[in-house]
Design a protein. Structure first.
Length: 507
């Protein structure tokens, strides 16, 4: 973006009617933060959000260290602190029989270890920041279609108070969450898809014992998974995660089962012993995790729209910020370039996204798995703790360490050797288990290079064709499909690229 453009602060009134540099669909973590960063540098940005804030969304609201630091840089720390959320200074983490209770590792510029703010309070802070930066924020406005020009996405059709109109832009960003309309209209396919093995339930308590160091508790042992921590407005959040197989029984006796799980975690039970539940029990029973094709001609996906990992790691909010932070300078740099140059830069960004989040995708999958944590994992943590390197484990949750650095094959083999020497375990069973873990590690590295595509839902093809993005729909519907070892429909990257190439040359 040119220097004189960057000086301009367009503000709401200075915009050419309904024509923007960038349209961002979705005004929560990914959309509002990206719009703020773009608008502050002088880009003409429209944000389109179908909800009228304040409106809650399904999320257990844990904001990790790196995300708090991002909020400080975004300039909204005063508003965040005004929510009454206590920033947690300590973490009490347990995996299997390894437990550590340590201060959160902090880097210069950090403001705390973690915080928990309910989304109907938190998200409006982000949307207000976008509006204050000069973005034109359209609330209660739903995107229902795309505008195409010369084979590119050139805007969106929106419905606002019952009437439809068109907004145009050089780039449309889908920051519209897991059921992204932009992804569907553009025919973006999902890959490396996994079904959840655990369900998630959470609720807020008032009158909890909050006098000690504000501590985030995350305990995963046996078939149990419980977390807790101080939240906004003097509340205390408790989250639990029963295995998906027990969800029907669990749901039938929701209140009792919820409290059984919560009270089976000693530090959480002690904190809420004299407390009363202040909200309903929120929950999600069924979901998929995935990566999605993230960019095409005139469009890009950010946040959950392009990638969703198991909430077990509490990384969605922080990852949305990381993506916005990395995407904004690319958009600003290439917005005035040839469209093909912008598209290429965005496709490169998507490849970065896939590399950057692959490790944490599998971390989420592992912590969110049914059953006990793998046998060597607690030993790896004990070893780190004994060597004064516990921060390496904790920094997984702030995305400051990669999974493959902490639970690497050498670390797993070393832990296994120690367990074998120590004895008292079923050695053949342990060796079989570790063999399986190492094989899985190799498979994951491979699948991150050559993604396994899920078949497009018929509805998605129909939507793409009907919406006038038939190019995408037709391409997707012509893909040769196969099945992978576990019986899922797949298409290899090579097959997909071949079809793409045909499209490009009009074959
Ligand atoms: C059960 C559960 C627990 C979680 N717990 C945590 C946690 O503790 N910590 C954490 O960091 N992350 C957590 N996450 C993940 C986190 O909630 C998401 O990663 C995060 O909200 C992603 O933000 P986003 O902006 O990409 O999408 P979203 O928050 O989904 O926002 C998308 C927005 O787009 C709008 N939109 C959609 N379609 C349209 C349309 N057609 N037109 C206009 N607007 C549209 C929606 O109304 C919505 O406001 C959890 C997720 C789940 C499901």
């Amino acid at each position: 973006m040119s220097a004189d453009k960057a000086q301009r602060r367009p503000g709401r009134r200075g915009l050419a009617a309904d024509r923007f540099d960038v349209i961002v669909v979705g005004a929560r973590c990914a959309g509002a933060s990206l719009a703020t960063l773009l608008a502050r540098q002088g880009a003409k940005v429209a944000v389109v959000e179908q909800a009228q804030f304040p409106r809650d969304t399904l999320s257990s609201h844990v904001i990790q260290t790196d995300a708090l630091a991002f909020l400080r840089r975004l300039g909204v720390m005063e508003q965040v602190q005004a929510t009454g959320a206590r920033f947690m200074s300590h973490v009490d983490a347990r995996l299997g029989d390894a437990r550590v209770l340590v201060p959160y590792p902090q880097l210069p510029g950090d403001v705390g270890g973690a915080a928990c703010i309910r989304r109907f309070i938190f998200d409006p802070i982000l949307a207000d920041a976008a509006a204050a930066a000069g973005a034109h924020v359209h609330m209660a406005t739903k995107v229902v279609g795309l505008v195409e020009e010369d084979g590119r996405v050139a805007g969106v059709r929106v419905v606002d108070k019952g009437s439809e109109r068109v907004l145009r832009a050089k780039l449309v960003v889908g920051a519209d969450g897991r059921s992204s309309t932009i992804a569907r209209l553009c025919g973006a396919r999902s890959y490396n898809v996994r079904r959840n093995e655990r369900t998630y339930y959470w609720s807020f308590f008032e009158g909890a014992e909050l006098s000690g160091e504000p501590t985030f508790v995350l305990h995963r042992w046996g078939d149990r998974f419980v977390f807790g921590g101080p939240a906004d407005s003097g509340l205390y959040i408790v989250g639990i995660s029963p295995e998906a197989g027990e969800r029907d029984d669990f749901r039938r006796t929701l209140e009792r089962s919820f409290m059984d799980h919560a009270n089976s975690c000693e530090p959480v039970a002690a904190t809420i012993a004299g407390a009363t539940r202040a909200t309903k029990i929120f929950g999600i029973r069924s979901f998929s995790t995935y990566f999605r094709e993230g960019a095409g001609r005139g469009w890009v996906l950010a946040g959950d729209a392009g990638h969703f990992k198991d909430p077990a790691v509490g990384r969605g909010i922080g990852d949305a910020f990381l993506q916005a932070d990395a995407l904004a300078p690319i958009i600003l740099d290439k917005l005035d370039a040839q469209p093909a140059v912008l598209d290429r830069a965005l496709r490169r960004w998507v490849r970065w996204r896939d590399r950057e989040f692959a490790g944490h995708y599998w971390l989420g999958a592992d912590i969110g798995k049914a059953g006990a944590v793998p046998t060597p994992v607690p030993e790896v943590i004990r070893r780190l703790h004994a060597n004064g390197r516990t921060e390496r484990f904790i920094e997984l949750f702030s995305h400051r360490r990669d999974y493959s650095n902490v639970f690497s094959p050498p670390a797993v083999i070393d832990a296994t050797a120690r367990l074998l020497v120590r004895g008292g375990c079923d050695r053949p069973a342990l060796l079989r288990e570790v063999g399986g873990l190492l094989a899985e590690d190799t498979r994951r590295r491979w699948v991150n290079v050559r993604p396994v595509f899920a078949p497009p839902a018929p509805r998605d093809i129909a939507t793409a064709v009907a919406a006038g993005t038939a190019e995408h729909g037709a391409r997707v519907s012509r893909l040769p499909l196969g099945r992978d070892a576990s019986g899922r429909w797949t298409t290899s990257r090579r097959q997909y690229d071949a079809v793409r190439e045909e499209d490009r040359h009009g074959a």
